[in-house]
Design a protein around this ligand. Structure first.
Ligand code: CDT
Length: 308
């Protein structure tokens, strides 16, 4: 039975001019803090190395490529991997990936405690739009800069725990968690960059945004009897506010640890993965209770078909 101390390393704002090297220094400071608190694993946000660049409309491919990593680890991130290995701490973080054959993904990787990359995930649910949208208060151009992930939702047995990854908007889709749940997932790590305001509804406040994040993460944890770590990049970034609200959730859906700032902040929770077994063998024993004969629409239909 595995018990791990899981830390969430919320990052405060990263400005457009901030270098990868300066961000990695902040990530290492949080890693050192996590080590001092006995953490076994640290979870960082989506697109952790740079500002949330999809808020900026760009046409020049060279300008776009600046935000992407062509290898991982690379010169800027090697110190993070080196420190994680020295501290014997597993890590997971997100970055923009450009593949050797020219594909662009919103990606995350997870390492073991020796800093070997053992898993990679490419974001499936890309929110936002592809072209400049004059109706929005600000842009969210993930559909412009990324392709939908081609790897699916996978799990890895890492350090004795069945781990899966998802990224930001994925957390709002129950399909994400269920596909991982069907592979016995015990820890889902999810980095995010969520604007604190809705670009299409200026009356929607922070309270509702935080509630929807909690609701999604807690429901995903409970309904699949898994721990979930949802970790933000937060704060006033390039003049645009990102919400905080990083949480670690247990398999009953309860929040074990919550960030209280919108800055660099470490949260930590002891996770006893034996606690996943009860829900997985009772109310969410999928083998006994799921009725797939009634779920066909989930994979055969995308949008709503109104038949009444
Ligand atoms: N990064 C990311 O996926 N953010 C989205 C914003 C949705 S509004 C276009 C999220 O779901 O938090």
């Amino acid at each position: 039975m595995t018990v791990m101390k899981i830390a969430g390393a919320q990052l405060g704002a990263i400005q457009r001019a901030d270098s990868r090297e300066s961000v990695v220094k902040r990530m290492i400071a949080l890693l050192d803090e996590a080590a001092s608190k006995g953490a076994d694993m640290v979870v960082y946000p989506e697109l952790a190395l740079t500002t949330f660049f999809p808020r900026w409309y760009m046409e020049d491919q060279a300008e776009i490529d600046f935000w992407f990593e062509t290898e991982m680890p690379n010169a800027a991130t090697q110190p993070l991997f080196d420190r994680a290995r020295a501290l014997n701490i597993a890590i997971t973080f997100g970055y923009a990936e450009k593949t050797p054959d020219g594909h662009y993904y919103n990606t995350s990787v997870v390492t073991d405690r020796q800093a070997n990359i053992v898993g990679k995930y490419r974001k499936v649910h890309l929110p936002g739009h592809s072209d400049y949208d004059t109706e929005r208060a600000f842009q969210h151009l993930e559909k412009r800069y990324f392709e939908p992930g081609d790897l699916g939702f996978n799990v890895w047995r890492n350090e004795g725990v069945v781990m899966g990854m998802a990224i930001c908007n994925d957390r709002r889709w129950p399909e994400t968690f269920r596909v991982l749940g069907l592979q016995g997932v015990e820890l889902v790590t999810i980095g995010y960059n969520t604007p604190a305001v809705n670009s299409q509804m200026n009356t929607e406040g922070l309270e509702k945004r935080l509630f929807h994040s909690d609701l999604s993460l807690q429901a995903g944890a409970y309904q699949n009897a898994t721990y979930v770590a949802g970790i933000a990049k937060a704060g006033m970034e390039d003049g645009h506010p990102l919400m905080g609200g990083s949480i670690i959730v247990d398999p009953d859906g309860f929040v074990l640890s919550r960030a209280v700032t919108e800055a660099d902040e470490l949260i930590i929770a002891e996770c006893d993965f034996a606690k996943c077994a009860f829900g997985k063998s009772t109310i969410f024993d999928f083998e006994r209770h799921r009725r797939i004969e009634h779920y066909g629409r989930i994979t055969s239909q995308v949008g709503v078909i109104l038949e009444v």
